[in-house]
Write a new protein. Structure first.
Length: 265
């Protein structure tokens, strides 16, 4: 049985990478999509690749910095589809700068987009999910939410914060029909390093060497789909880099020796 048939799935960060791959997969499974990101032209491109009619897709561009608009955006989704079954909280950006050289303003910007915007959208959607007594929030975190790493101080902090928030939210709302899946990708072949911000607030504009020969966004989405179907609460997605999570848990001294030898890029 296809549980996604005619379900309303709202995907943020849908203009590229994991979000774009998720849109294509869910469209093939018969879902109705809400596609969001900043670039409307890229969302239109993704919509065309999804082969969905206007009736089954809503293009809803917005900036994650504009939290005050979220309730109005949710109203637009409800007006068109009447419900929201899945929120695929994927929008955000990474960092490539040492903490000592990163301004507090940039630290705040990273937290605003990767943490506060993420939870603000969930809070705006949650009352509707509770009213319909069902809903599934998929949160794209990172293995950086499991341990800190070079040049990722605020990004890692934001991802750590997501885990604390959503683990609490799950406990508070699971009896109301709400499910939450935390996804921790490792190295995935996307533009995340290309679009990461450096200490001066400019784009890193380079693809990290570690992100060239790694899992594709499509393969990542297949693992996420499996996690949803199996009602997982948290999954790790990626390659051999995921071993670091388990090494840290069971052999912390060894972990700290290994992590110091890794390249930031």
């Amino acid at each position: 049985m296809n549980i996604f048939q005619n379900k309303v799935i709202w995907i943020t960060g849908a203009s590229s990478g994991i979000g774009e791959a998720a849109a294509v997969v869910f469209a093939k499974l018969g879902a109705k999509l809400v596609l969001s990101a900043r670039r409307e032209n890229e969302l239109m491109r993704v919509w065309k690749n999804c082969l969905l009619s206007h009736e089954n897709c809503l293009i809803l561009p917005f900036d994650l910095n504009e939290i005050s608009s979220f309730n109005l955006l949710v109203d637009k989704v409800i007006e068109k589809f009447g419900r929201i079954d899945y929120l695929f909280n994927n929008g955000g950006f990474s960092q490539r700068s040492e903490a000592v050289n990163t301004s507090l303003d940039l630290d705040r910007k990273i937290m605003e987009v990767n943490y506060f915007a993420n939870i603000a959208l969930s809070k705006a959607v949650l009352p509707y999910m509770i009213k319909q007594n069902s809903g599934h929030i998929i949160v794209i975190s990172s293995i950086a939410g499991k341990f800190g790493f070079y040049l990722r101080s605020s990004y890692s902090a934001a991802k750590h914060a997501l885990h604390g928030f959503y683990e609490s939210l799950r406990l508070e709302n699971e009896k109301k029909g709400i499910k939450i899946l935390l996804v921790c990708p490792g190295k995935i072949k996307t533009n995340i390093s290309l679009n990461a911000l450096t200490e001066d607030g400019n784009l890193h504009n380079k693809v990290d060497e570690s992100h060239i020969d790694c899992m594709t966004a499509e393969q990542c989405v297949k693992q996420i789909l499996k996690g949803i179907l199996e009602n997982k609460e948290e999954i790790l997605v990626g390659g051999k880099e995921l071993h670091a999570v388990w090494i840290k848990r069971f052999f912390p001294k060894l972990f700290h020796k290994i992590i110091r030898r890794q390249s930031p890029f």
